[in-house]
Structures are given as structure tokens and as C-alpha cells.
Design a protein around this ligand. Structure first.
Ligand SMILES: C[S@@+](CC[C@H](N)C(=O)[O-])C[C@H]1O[C@@H](n2cnc3c(N)ncnc32)[C@H](O)[C@@H]1O
Ligand SMILES: [Zn+2]
Length: 291
């Protein structure tokens, strides 16, 4: 039957009417923004007025990613997604940010139409950018904890450096479907962290809840690593798009931004999990969000 948005108020199916509103049978309605996304994150569910990344962080991430340093990660994701042929498949990017991966993957994987892609993010500013960038994909403001979809609708989910809820991902995936989770590997951004922290803590990854989930089995884990030199204004953009931005004091920030070049590793852990055919136990409490 294809993917439908689920009404966040009554959990019924939403359909698009002639006034570009998503409406359910109980007449709860959600306007489609002119950029082509819909906000399904209810005001009372928000912990802050503008949750998620700020427009400045988004702009920094967009500039940095567009410059190409993470292209080897895009190539890996594309290869992984092309692994099994799914001409009618439904794909979800959860925590899609400003649509960098959606955009690149839909260009590099022409056998999947952008219309087969859905993306959610809790940041309205991010989703707005993503909708402008990837015109034909379906984009919504929503939280990982409450994906606005019905059970077993998706064939593939990707989650790249984003908080996720493993039980929600299991719920919306078809049995046998796959999740690709990308997180930092131990040496990721070691050169930047060295400038900010006295003690360099290697990354622990963000895979705990997937490992513990009864609904998934690990299919593959691929480590990607590259030593790079980042130059000029890209260094400030890199800092602004990472969580270190918040922990760096003013002095550390100034030191980083004054650098002419920065040597660091980019290191990613790309894990593919398959959804086991186990029904969701809805009495279980939700798993914690993971970043
Ligand atoms: C580090 S960014 C990664 C974005 C994108 N996947 C990328 O790699 O370019 C993390 C994203 O998660 C989003 N986010 C944070 N908390 C979230 C939540 N509870 N539900 C959905 N998205 C969330 C942020 O707004 C941000 O866009
Ligand atoms: Zn409703």
C-alpha cells in the first residue's frame, strides 16, 4: 500500500488534500510548507521552541560537507544501498539534517527515485533546507522517538551521526529490512579534539542500543578512515558542525578558528543491521535516544 504519514494526534493515516494540507479522518490537518515539507512535530512534544541544530550549525555543516571531505562515506553508503536491488523499495533517512546524504545518494543511486525516499529531522530549519535541496523526497519535521509512519513500511533506513531509537526503527522496518547506522570511529576528528580537550577520549561509537536490541542482527561493520588536512574557513565550519562546538571554551574556539590548517583523521564506523522477524513488544518501554 506504500508509505503514509501517521497523524501525530490520533495515529490515523494522513492524506494530502487539494489545499496542500495533510489531513486525517478526524480532520487534524498539517500544512505542507511552500518548500514541500510538513511539520508533524506537535508543539507540546517539543522540549525547546527550535529543537535540533541551529541555522548557523546547519550552514556550517552544509559548507563543510559540500566541500567533499566526507565523500568517501557517501560512496560507502551508496555501495551498501545498491547491494540489494529494490526497485519498489521505501527508504528513510532518520535525522536527515539538511539533506546532504539524501541529495548525494539520490544522485549517485539513480535506480532509486527520490520519491522513494522519506526523511525526518527534529530541526525545522534542517528539514526546510533538505526539502529545498531534494525536491521530490518526502520530508517531515518529526522526532526519532516517534517516527510518523506505520509499522513495517520501510525496506531501508539510514541514520548518519543522528540520534535514533532502535525500537522505533524496528517498528517501521519490514521484517528482513536493513538499517545502516553510521557513527564515529575511535580516531574521528582526533586533531580537532586535541585542541579542545586536555585528555583525548577516543570515540565509543553509538551502537549500544542496536547491539542490545532483540529486533536486529548485525550483518556487517565497515571501518573507513582517512588522514586529511583541513584548511582555512573549513576548520571553523568543521568545529561548528560538531558537538565539540558546545564544549570548546571561547579560547579554544579562537585557537581553532585562527589555524591555517588542521591535520586530523576522519574515521567512520558503518554498521548494517537486519531486522529480524520478531513482532514488537509494545509493552516494552522505549529505548533511550542515542547520539
Ligand atoms: C550531526 S547531525 C547529522 C545530520 C545528517 N544525518 C548529516 O549527517 O548530515 C544530527 C541531526 O539529528 C537531528 N536530531 C537531533 N535530535 C533529534 C531527534 N530527537 N529526532 C530527530 N532528529 C534529531 C539534528 O537536528 C541534526 O540534524
Ligand atoms: Zn488525526
Amino acid at each position: 500500500m506504500g508509505v503514509h504519514y501517521k497523524c501525530p494526534v490520533c495515529q490515523g493515516a494522513l492524506g494530502l488534500n487539494d489545499h496542500r494540507q495533510w489531513v486525517c479522518a478526524d480532520l487534524h490537518s498539517f500544512d505542507m510548507a511552500k518548500q514541500g515539507y510538513v511539520n508533524l512535530h506537535l508543539a507540546h512534544q517539543r522540549r525547546s521552541a527550535a529543537p535540533g541544530d541551529s541555522p548557523e550549525m546547519l550552514a556550517s555543516r552544509a559548507r563543510f560537507l559540500n566541500a567533499g571531505s566526507y565523500d568517501f562515506l557517501v560512496d560507502q553508503l551508496v555501495a551498501q544501498l545498491a547491494d540489494e536491488w529494490l526497485p519498489q523499495g521505501a527508504f528513510l533517512d532518520q535525522g536527515c539534517g539538511e539533506g546532504f546524504y539524501l541529495d548525494r545518494i539520490t544522485r549517485q543511486l539513480p535506480q532509486v527515485s527520490p520519491m522513494q525516499w522519506w526523511g525526518i529531522d527534529i530541526s525545522k530549519a534542517a528539514v526546510k533546507r533538505a526539502a529545498q535541496r531534494v525536491g521530490r523526497a518526502h520530508l517531515a519535521v518529526a522526532a526519532s522517538r516517534a517516527l510518523p509512519f506505520f509499522d513495517a513500511d520501510f525496506d531501508r533506513i539510514i541514520s548518519v551521526f543522528a540520534p535514533y531509537d532502535s525500537q522505533e526503527m524496528a517498528r517501521v522496518l519490514k521484517p528482513g529490512g536493513q538499517v545502516i547506522v553510521v557513527g564515529p570511529d575511535a580516531l574521528h576528528l582526533d586533531g580537532l579534539k586535541r585542541l579542545i580537550y586536555d585528555h583525548n577520549q577516543p570515540h565509543q561509537g553509538n551502537f549500544g542500543p542496536m547491539t542490545q536490541s532483540p529486533y536486529f542482527t548485525l550483518q556487517s561493520a565497515t571501518k573507513l578512515q582517512k588522514a586529511v588536512v583541513i584548511e582555512g574557513s573549513e576548520i571553523g565550519d568543521l568545529l561548528s558542525m560538531t558537538p565539540y562546538f558546545w564544549s570548546a571554551g571561547r579560547q579554544a574556539q579562537a585557537t581553532v578558528r585562527r589555524l591555517e590548517s588542521l591535520e586530523t583523521h576522519l574515521a567512520f564506523d558503518v554498521r548494517v543491521y537486519r531486522r529480524l522477524p520478531i513482532p514488537i513488544d509494545s509493552t516494552e518501554t522505549a529505548t533511550p535516544l542515542v547520539l
